[in-house]
Design a protein around this ligand. Structure first.
Ligand code: ADP
Ligand code: MG
Length: 212
């Protein structure tokens, strides 16, 4: 067994089989470095370029912990834009094809609140959204994050550059203290390092310089 085989990980066989059906035969370098840490339930800061497969790294990590019979938001992914949130939700749904009745809900601006509130009332296991809209839901009490076990900050550098820091602080405060936090970024400059330190507990840092 090669150490870049997904089957070398302590992942459920159903998730591994589904990866093969998606054509994912080997882990990408950032997946190989980060998945052992993620599946060990440690906090993580992962830095790797666009296109390196970061979504599946955190997607598999959060799906591995989901209990589909518990109708509560167990994982929250923050993304900088609606387009990125849609892409991440689509990838998580593909990775989760092997899990029955798992619901992934996207909460972004530019869409009416009503249907989003309806989706949440029907029970969501995973929420993917942008900081602005998530903050809106929290201020209206239409989103309960008290059951979140995995919090992902995707493209953290872009979210901070776009001025979302204060919203992120509010969203993180609505999550339990006892949780796993995963931060993904293409770059990791000093300002992001300082600002994100308060969100993570003894994070392991991994970095992949090049794509291949
Ligand atoms: P990033 O978030 O790092 O920019 P993505 O998660 O969007 O990258 O992944 C880029 C592309 O690589 C996607 O099309 C995804 O389906 C594909 N991909 C991810 N992991 C693997 C893998 N292990 N094997 C093959 N393709 C993969
Ligand atoms: Mg990405």
């Amino acid at each position: 067994m090669n150490k870049t085989d997904f089957s070398s990980l302590p992942l459920s066989p159903a998730l591994v089989d589904n990866l093969a059906s998606l054509g994912y035969s080997r882990m990408t370098p950032i997946q190989a470095q980060s998945l052992p840490v993620i599946l060990n339930r440690q906090d993580l800061i992962a830095q790797a370029k666009t296109g390196s497969g970061k979504t599946a790294a955190f997607g598999l990590g959060l799906l591995d912990k989901i209990n589909p019979r518990w109708f509560a938001v167990q994982a929250l992914v923050l993304c900088p834009t609606r387009e990125l949130a849609d892409q991440v939700a689509k990838e998580i749904r593909r990775l989760a094809r092997c899990i029955d009745n798992i619901k992934v809900v996207t909460l972004c601006g530019g869409t009416p609140m009503g249907p989003q509130i309806g989706s949440l009332e029907h029970g969501a296991h995973v929420v993917v959204g942008t900081p602005g809209r998530l903050h809106d839901h929290l201020s209206r009490n239409t989103l309960d994050l008290s059951t979140v076990e995995t919090l992902v900050l995707d493209e953290a550098d872009r979210m901070v550059d776009m001025g979302f820091y204060e919203e992120i602080v509010g969203i993180v405060a609505a999550c339990p203290r006892k949780r796993q936090t995963l931060l993904f970024s293409a770059t990791y400059p000093d300002n992001i390092r300082k600002q994100s330190a308060r969100f993570l507990k003894n994070p392991v840092e991994v970095k992949v310089e090049s794509l291949h």
